[in-house]
Design a protein around this ligand. Structure first.
Ligand SMILES: [Zn+2]
Ligand SMILES: [Zn+2]
Length: 191
């Protein structure tokens, strides 16, 4: 495995499992702990991951927050940011799932990870695994058409019962947003 492949594998594990001990990573990747430290050094410098008492974990989204959304250029003050990590380890911040999905579509081939927040629990989840509730009667005060992200289908459906809308998967949500934007680029939101 190349270092870049090990890093991608590592980010995937961290995304799925939260945090990992260096010894665990070294045995899973079958490389020395020295090599693991060398692999993670750039990730720590880029603030993609952080050292914890037990090993390493993904940096909380808020820690790496420049002030504007890379897609719509609005100020980032949303409770529902999306983070994209590219193969060359650049971290991009998007104000909400709307911008996250549109940005993903634009740079798809460069994306290593796309991470969003569960709407109810605010936990970090992989956007590709999330469920998207569109057209719900609940205003995030960010970009339109808006989508709410949920980790579990059950919770998405419960929320849908109260607030309406339609539950979509990742690719479907991208398609729907595009359709609704009707060929416009950028956001139809108020600045
Ligand atoms: Zn935005
Ligand atoms: Zn937004």
């Amino acid at each position: 495995m190349l270092p870049i492949e090990r890093r991608q594998q590592l980010l995937k594990w961290l995304n799925d499992e939260g945090s990992l001990a260096i010894s665990e990573i070294s045995s899973r990747l079958q490389v020395s702990e020295m090599t693991v430290y060398r692999d993670i050094k750039p990730l720590i410098q880029e603030e993609v991951i952080i050292k914890t008492s037990g090993g390493i974990s993904l940096a909380p989204i808020t820690k790496v927050s420049p002030n504007t959304c890379i897609y719509c250029l609005k100020e980032m003050n949303s409770r529902h940011p999306v983070q994209i990590i590219t193969h060359d380890l650049k971290v991009e911040q998007l104000c909400c799932p709307h911008c996250g999905l549109l940005r993903y579509k634009d740079i798809k081939q460069h994306v290593s990870q796309i991470i969003c927040r569960d709407f109810l629990q605010n936990s970090t989840i992989s956007a590709k695994m999330a469920y998207y509730l569109m057209d719900a009667d609940f205003n995030l005060n960010c970009c339109q058409p808006q989508v709410l992200t949920f980790e579990s289908l059950k919770q998405a459906e419960q929320f849908q019962k109260g607030f309406g809308g339609v539950v979509l998967r990742f690719e479907e949500a991208i398609e729907e947003i595009q359709k609704k934007m009707n060929g416009f680029t950028g956001c139809s939101c108020e600045k």
